[in-house]
Design a protein around this ligand. Structure first.
Ligand SMILES: C[S@@+](CC[C@H](N)C(=O)[O-])C[C@H]1O[C@@H](n2cnc3c(N)ncnc32)[C@H](O)[C@@H]1O
Length: 223
């Protein structure tokens, strides 16, 4: 067997035993094969919007003798409802992930788990989730091949909420692991760079104050 990346291993560790899992935008197909072979899921399927990665995934399924259905579609559009209990969306931009969720009304339901790992635009994804009533129940960072990622375990509650400047940047990460601290310190550096750029831009004053508050909260948090 292959060794799953640390990023995908963390996402896989959020899958609840006995759930029906769909890996959206699977590409190489390693995550569904790993879950299939682990035997912890009731069922495992995958989707792809592009034919080339769909064929990559099919080759992986064949190579590892994994009987996994794969659908060529946008998000979970073509997936039968009974196969959707846990939906994993990793390795895409936060905006792409938000779009996939937004076009899938079936996900706006209590009892469905979303496991999300944005490559970029995590802030925008957090904003989207908070505005649509998705609660981030668990979130951890992971350092993998010199990059730091956040993995979120998300459930729909229907109750929207407002993010503090800190939560917008860091989500619910606590400085209680090495990877989380790496993530938080990275955000701190990004905010400092942004504040320098915004310092003398009068019409970006609100953004400046918002990010300044986030920085203060991060500094308090890091101690
Ligand atoms: C960078 S790969 C990530 C692969 C894998 N999920 C991972 O995390 O390593 C992103 C994949 O998502 C697929 N994708 C992008 N938008 C999609 C959508 N709306 N529905 C299904 N797949 C999509 C792309 O074709 C691509 O293969």
């Amino acid at each position: 067997m292959f060794r799953l990346s640390k990023r995908l291993s963390l996402a896989a560790s959020y899958v609840k035993t006995g759930s029906s899992v769909c890996d959206v935008g699977t590409d190489h197909g390693y995550l569904p094969v790993f879950l299939y072979k682990s035997g912890i899921c009731k069922s495992v399927c995958a989707t792809e919007i592009n034919e080339k990665p769909l064929n990559n995934a099919k080759s992986t399924f064949e190579k590892y003798n994994a009987d996994i259905d794969i659908y060529l579609c946008d998000g979970i559009e073509a997936v039968p409802k009974d196969k959707i209990q846990t939906v994993i969306i990793t390795g895409m931009g936060g905006d792409v992930i938000s779009g996939i969720i937004d076009r899938a009304p079936v996900l706006f339901k209590e009892g469905i788990n979303l496991i999300l790992q944005p490559m970029t635009a995590a802030r925008e994804l957090r904003k989207y989730l908070s505005s649509k009533g998705f609660k981030v129940c668990r979130e951890e960072a992971v350092v993998d091949t010199n990059r730091v990622y956040s993995v979120m375990d998300v459930s729909y509650t229907g109750v929207s909420y407002t993010l503090s400047p800190y939560e917008y940047r860091i989500g619910i990460l606590k400085p209680d692991s090495e990877a989380n601290i790496v993530y938080i310190k990275r955000q701190k550096r990004l905010i400092e760079e942004l504040l320098k750029k915004l310092e003398n831009v009068p019409d970006k004053r609100d953004l400046y104050e918002f990010e300044k508050k986030a920085l203060e909260q991060i500094n308090n948090y890091l101690g």
